[in-house]
Design a protein around this ligand. Structure first.
Ligand SMILES: [Zn+2]
Ligand SMILES: [Zn+2]
Length: 894
């Protein structure tokens, strides 16, 4: 393509060509060779659902802008892309699409189905990522379900196990009956709803009375192991240590006291069930109470519940309430609000079950986590508090075993004879202990083993990404660790951020990353979370199709880390319009700068700059400085808005308009002025494109092809350097002068358009009057630009005020009055008014209030006049007050 073939309009469909070209040229490759400072991004590995949503767009747009900015600043950037494959959603999807439950087919077959689905989904999402122009180094892609990755997950498990930080124990766990697996506390979501508080009478065993107990979970009555009251509650003091009988079950339980009881809630007497909630767990531990398992793994009542065996929890609840009512135990029901814990994946209410599970000893690591957290830079800062608060609230260890299939196996065998744990050796990883066998016999001599069937929580895969990206466990991983940046959403601070800090600190003794940038969530245009049921979901493809990826990226850039962002079509359209405006400006400029080359030295040109050149170059250099600071501090909105305001208004609307006359001239005496304008245009457009390129990579590369210094096939704006601020061109004085020129040109432009004159209509002469010496001097320096731009043939700048007079130039007899009043004399009067000097007649009328014409006496009632303003030279002039400057313009039209 030659310089002359610039298409009339910018075509966003060309973005795809750029994406292909960048991949082909390997522009985003991380070399790691140490010749440049490294910048490593610990990109979040998304779950392969098969499609990218707007939340991803926001998150990745931030990452990509940072990556591109850093590359231009000389960094060797590692921007990898991973996929966090394992886990429930894929299993659930496979169950759905195949119409099976996980145990209907052999484990391996089920896993194969999951792997296939995941591979398809990754392929789709990879394509979507590329269509947004994100600049990952795809040679560094990692997939958590590959043997290579599983090896690392299992190795990290072994290392922590050997450090005593992973243990197996019987412990209450949060359990999702729908997913049939334990889940971690971080995966429990809380939801407010209403339920009934049931008042039940528990008969005292040695007395006549009853203890009234209020509970929301009567179905757990079979698992009640004690009744607890506050030690200072006068109502119950006499009952401490005594027993009550459970309604329906006729089993006796002891009354104990504990300060955690809230005497204000219900009746102040509480039944402890194993387990109704977290408080029950702490009471059971504190008082060493029995554990009765009333509910099984599918959420079905167990035999201990008696006649309710086999019922689901809601069925049991309904039935037992009826029975309690008819037996006279239930005395009252009242509506209360409750906070229910739900499984974050499927929204089923969680239960607390007692299970033999694997745990990471979080509580032993909290001080280390806090230490690492404090060593990192958090953006925004208050997200750090979120993590610290969460760390401080840890009272349960992290349950990492899951009773599912599609996951990294826990690399453990148990000896069939003595039950001792047998570990694989690191070089044999990864293993599936349900298939593979240990190479050696147990210490006890037995060589038969049972493989652990439980698998690892997926966060165990994803929370070692900084290590995986660094090449761990190879010894030189420290060269690439810690990562420089962790970008992620605030919804996964308690999980991904927390677990990564915990794991990496425990494995290396060091923090996993230097800085963490936390992005907000994306809402629908209606301000609600995007969801299919609300019908407010906008797919990124839809936006790209209509407006292109760059316009969508400009929407994403109009935000800052930490804040939730509503999707806004108007932002996208605004960005689209901006790019078109820029394109048109470029097309125009290109005619004038295509052949332009700096002859002689740049210093010489800078010497010859005109006031408006200095103005726009000063603003440009200030802009470069501001945008640099904005991107260094992740203030994307600031960068975007500054660039747009400058390019759109200062450059396109003001500067380009003001220099057109210099570009179109061929006169010898204006050669230097023309050259200065060409130089300025080229500098502004090239620099603006460079600082915009992290935001809109396709658009900027498209234009750069035409103006780049070496226009060969492989040149890309993304391999150029970030512009340096030319400090000697930044000047308050230049900016003030320039602003004066731009304001005055704006005044004349407004005058022309309000007078219905095309902008290129010449003006015969204009005199600008001001009483301010400073303004006079500035305007004198801008004379050429004002004249040239506004096509004023003769421009004078004067101190003082305009010397003008109002003159009556025409008299018009009011015939409707003159006719009836003067009858036959009327023609004489009209004739006189047409031939007399209008100004003289007006002066007599003004002085005497009347005038005698051929014997008839007339006043202003009979005559209308038209006035004009006349300047010093006697010509008709128009006076116009500048909107912002202390100046008055006297204009003589052509
Ligand atoms: Zn669930
Ligand atoms: Zn053994």
């Amino acid at each position: 393509m030659t310089k002359d073939d610039i298409p009339k309009d910018y075509d966003h469909k060309k973005e795809v060509e750029w994406q292909t070209q960048w991949q082909k040229a390997n522009l985003h490759k991380f070399t790691g060779d140490g010749t440049r400072p490294r910048y490593i991004i610990d990109t979040p590995p998304p779950y392969p659902t098969g499609s990218i949503h707007m939340g991803h767009v926001l998150n990745w747009a931030y990452i990509d802008m940072i990556a591109r900015y850093k590359r231009m600043n000389g960094f060797d950037v590692l921007f990898p892309q991973g996929w966090d494959c394992h886990g429930l959603p894929t299993e659930v999807k496979v169950e759905e699409t195949q119409g099976i439950r996980k145990n209907d087919v052999p484990r391996d077959e089920f896993r194969k189905m999951c792997i296939e689905l995941t591979q398809e989904n990754i392929a789709k999402m990879r394509t979507q990522m590329q269509s947004l122009g994100f600049s990952q180094d795809w040679s560094r892609e990692f997939v958590t379900m590959t043997p290579e990755y599983k090896r690392k997950t299992q190795l990290s498990f072994l290392k922590l196990y050997n450090q005593g930080l992973i243990y197996r124990a019987v412990h209450p766990v949060n359990w999702c009956p729908r997913c049939e697996t334990a889940i971690a506390f971080a995966e429990v979501e809380y939801n407010e709803n209403q339920t009934y508080l049931n008042y039940l009478e528990f008969p005292e065993t040695d007395g006549e009375g009853n203890v009234l107990i209020a509970t929301t979970r009567p179905e757990l009555l079979c698992a009640c192991v004690a009744v607890v009251v506050h030690p200072e509650d006068e109502r119950y003091k006499h009952l401490e240590g005594k027993y009550v009988e459970l309604p329906l079950y006729k089993r006796n339980v002891k009354i104990i006291t504990d300060r955690d009881v809230d005497p204000e809630f219900g009746t102040g007497a509480v039944m402890i069930c194993t387990f109704g909630d977290k408080t029950d767990v702490s009471w059971v531990n504190r008082y060493d109470l029995d554990i009765i398992e009333g509910i099984d793994e599918q959420g079905v009542m167990k035999e201990v519940s008696g006649k309710y065996t086999g019922l689901t929890i809601p069925e049991c609840k309904k039935a037992i309430i009826e029975d309690l009512k008819s037996a006279g135990y239930l005395t009252k029901q009242e509506k209360v609000d409750q906070n229910v814990g739900l499984c974050w994946r499927c929204k089923t209410p969680i239960e607390i079950l007692v299970k033999k599970q694997w745990f990471v000893a979080v509580k032993e690591l909290t001080s280390q986590i806090k230490e690492a957290t404090d060593e990192m830079t958090w953006m925004p800062e208050h997200m750090k508090t979120r993590l610290l608060n969460w760390t401080g609230s840890m009272d349960w260890d992290w349950c990492i075993s899951r009773q599912r299939l599609f996951a990294t196996p826990i690399p453990i065998w148990y000896c069939k004879d003595c039950g001792k744990v047998q570990l694989p050796s690191p070089e044999n990883l990864p293993i599936d202990p349900t298939v593979d066998k240990p190479k050696e016999a147990c210490e006890c001599g037995c060589s038969e083993f049972i493989g652990e069937a439980d698998v690892l929580d997926t966060w165990m895969d994803s929370s070692i990404t900084p290590l995986v990206n660094a090449g761990w466990p190879e010894p030189d991983f420290k060269k690439f660790y810690p990562a420089d940046l962790r970008p992620q959403g605030h919804d996964i601070i308690r999980t991904w951020a927390f677990y990564t800090i915990l794991r990496c600190k425990a494995l290396t003794g060091e923090k996993p990353f230097e800085s963490i940038v936390v992005n907000g969530m994306v809402f629908g245009e209606d301000g609600h979370k995007m969801s299919k049921s609300l019908g407010n979901v906008i797919a990124p493809e839809e936006v790209i199709e209509e407006y292109g990826a760059d316009a969508l990226r400009l929407w994403a850039a109009n935000s800052v880390p930490g804040s939730d962002v509503p999707f806004a079509w108007k932002d996208v359209k605004h960005g689209y319009k901006f790019l078109r405006k820029f394109w048109n400006a470029f097309r125009f400029i290109n005619m004038h700068i295509a052949e332009f080359e700096v002859e002689g030295s740049e210093e010489m040109i800078i010497e010859n700059l005109k006031p408006l050149d200095k103005w726009v170059l000063s603003k440009l250099n200030r802009l470069v400085d501001d945008v640099t600071v904005a991107l260094e501090t992740y203030n994307f909105a600031e960068a975007r808005n500054r660039i747009q305001a400058f390019v759109w208004h200062d450059f396109c609307d003001e500067y380009i308009e003001a220099v057109k006359y210099r570009l179109y001239t061929d006169s010898e005496e204006m050669a230097l002025s023309k050259e200065a304008a060409q130089y300025t245009l080229k500098t502004v457009i090239e620099t603006s494109l460079k600082i915009m390129s992290p935001l809109t990579p396709h658009f900027t590369d498209e234009i750069y092809q035409y103006i780049g210094d070496e226009r060969d096939e492989n040149v890309s704006i993304h391999t150029t350097s970030w512009p340096a601020v030319k400090k000697d061109l930044v000047s308050d004085e230049s900016e003030e002068t320039g602003k004066t020129g731009v304001t005055l040109i704006g005044d004349v432009r407004r005058f022309k358009s309000s007078s219905g004159m095309p902008l290129n209509t010449p003006i015969k002469s204009t005199t600008i009057y001001t009483s301010k010496k400073e303004l006079y001097d500035k305007l004198s320096g801008l004379k050429e630009d004002i004249m040239g731009t506004m096509r004023i043939k003769d421009l004078k700048i004067e101190m003082g005020k305009p010397d003008v007079q109002e003159k009556v130039v025409e008299l018009e007899p009011v015939m409707a009055k003159i006719g009836p009043e003067f009858r036959g004399d009327a023609p004489k009067i009209v004739k006189y008014l047409q031939s007399a000097d209008p100004q003289e007649v007006a002066e007599v009328l003004d002085r005497d209030g009347q005038i005698s014409i051929e014997g008839s006496v007339l006043t202003w009632d009979y005559i209308e006049s038209r006035k004009e303003v006349i300047g010093r030279t006697g010509e008709k002039v128009e006076i116009l007050q500048s909107e912002e400057l202390d100046a008055v313009l006297e204009v003589v039209r052509n």
